[in-house]
Design a protein around this ligand. Structure first.
Ligand code: AMX
Length: 421
């Protein structure tokens, strides 16, 4: 049993006991009415899920295990995973053990590279990422444990093993597909003398040798790791894994949701928007020019990518964290300047239009311009970076839900006629 299993062992029975006692003592208590508008409106605001790993409030944004994300901008993805899944900050011994466990899987199996290489050249990088994870399903210890008759209360243990392997493998899959899809040359092997996850990912991508590139990859992986349980990707993995499908199936499905333009694809759309603005004017546009451009876009029925959020009602703290990175690392190219000018103008435009409930930027409004500045100019790829990070949160949420003994998800659907009645 690993040091992580030992840490989680006591928590698993506590979580199951808490769940059982809440059902026993408060099972009939109401959390409020479900309105017709909520049923027709994407279940917005319906309290229908449990998520222990993180929370998102309208007025502050993301907290990981109740710690504001702005207090976690210096940690590593390994520390993030440990915090998400256990609720505690990792000790040095725990961190060393986790890094060693991850490092065994940094090199991607050759059949996964073959799968990616066999895909047509115009495949979307997110389709490749999801397919790469799905190809690895044969490695699932969770499925093997289930097939061997392991009891439901014990299955979380093999889910931890799958999660460790999946989180450690996804950077290599993502890096391999970057190099294959964008003709970057051969697939780069992990570092021989460094078992740090983000250093390895930065290295295998082969984008830049700049030391601050590694720091950007680290920050990127931490900031996108989790965003409570109700967003499209988290909820997808929750639903899929509730059927006792293993983490490879669940994360692969979640990545398909992340690939949507209203969710993770927004970062690709954001950079496209920035480049479009620059190309239209042939220079870094003034704030007045950006205002006109934004209005024309809204009048054409298009959204402003990177602005608005289903939960947040303030500037996303992750946007602020990327801005702080740009400032402290002196990233001041045209795109970053445009991001800043859009930020000065677009919230006012959206407020004046009066439709978006949140006129402020989300994380996607900044992230792409930083990747671009370091030489990752293929913006079709940006959601893959998001997916590598989000796998950390998806796996953490699934492990905690499995420890808790969460049952299959099965809400009730209604026909429109039933609703009208
Ligand atoms: N630009 C233009 N219009 C917007 C808008 C934006 N950035 N954000 C919201 N609106 C519009 C909606 O389209 C909707 O219009 P409708 O009534 O005609 O359908 C209206 O404002 C009300 O929407 P809302 O309640 O404020 O937002 P929502 O919860 O339905 O959707 C989101 C949230 C993020 C999908 C939406 O703000 C959006 O499309 N933003 C742009 C895309 C984006 O940045 N996505 C990234 C989200 C974060 C992530 O998952 N990575």
């Amino acid at each position: 049993m690993s040091i992580l299993h030992e840490k989680l062992l006591a928590q698993a029975s506590e979580l199951r006991a808490k769940r059982a006692s809440l059902i026993k003592e408060h099972g009939e208590d109401s959390l409020g009415d479900v309105t017709v508008e909520a049923v027709l409106g994407g279940m917005r605001g319906v309290p229908a899920l449990v998520c222990e790993t993180s929370s998102v409030s309208a007025d502050e944004g993301l907290r990981i295990r109740n710690i504001p994300i702005m207090e976690l901008t210096n940690i590593t993805p390994e520390e993030t995973f440990w915090l998400l899944v256990t609720g505690d900050r990792a000790t040095q011994t725990e961190l060393t053990a986790l890094k060693e466990a991850f490092a065994k899987y940094y090199e991607v199996p050759s059949y996964v590279v073959d799968t990616l290489s066999a895909m047509p050249k115009d495949s979307h990088p997110m389709a490749m990422l999801s397919a790469g994870i799905l190809a690895m399903e044969r490695e699932s210890e969770f499925r093997k444990a289930y097939d061997a008759g392991t009891g439901k209360d014990e299955l979380w243990k093999s889910m931890v093993n799958d999660s460790v392997r999946l989180i450690a493998s996804i950077p290599g899959i993502a890096a391999a597909l970057y190099r294959i899809r964008f003709n970057k040359g051969s697939v780069i092997k992990p570092l021989a003398n460094d078992n740090d996850l983000s250093n390895n990912f930065a290295h295998m991508l082969g984008v830049s040798d700049d030391a601050s590139w590694k720091d950007l990859v680290r920050l990127y992986l931490v900031l996108h790791s989790d965003h409570e349980g109700g967003n499209v990707s988290a909820m997808t993995s929750y639903v899929v894994s509730s059927a006792l499908s293993d983490p490879y199936y669940s994360v692969s499905a979640a990545l398909c949701g992340l690939a949507g333009p209203l969710h993770g694809l927004a970062n690709q759309e954001c950079l496209r928007f920035i480049i479009e603005v620059k190309e239209k004017f042939g220079h870094v546009p003034s704030e007045d020019e950006i205002r006109d451009f934004a209005w024309n876009r809204l009048k054409g029925g298009q959204v402003i990518p990177g602005y608005g959020h289903a939960v947040l009602r303030v500037t996303d703290p992750r946007f602020t964290a990327f801005h702080a990175f740009a400032q402290s690392h002196g990233v001041t190219d045209d795109n970053v300047t445009i991001v800043q000018r859009i930020f000065n103008v677009v919230p006012g435009v959206l407020q004046e239009q009066g439709k978006a409930k949140n006129p402020w930027p989300n994380v996607d409004a900044y992230s792409g311009s930083l990747l671009y500045a370091y030489g990752m100019t293929e913006f079709d790829y940006y959601t893959v970076m998001f997916g590598v990070s989000r796998a950390i949160g998806l796996c953490s949420q699934m492990v905690v839900n499995r420890m808790m003994g969460s049952p299959i998800v099965r809400p009730k659907s209604l026909t429109l006629a039933e609703l009208a009645k």
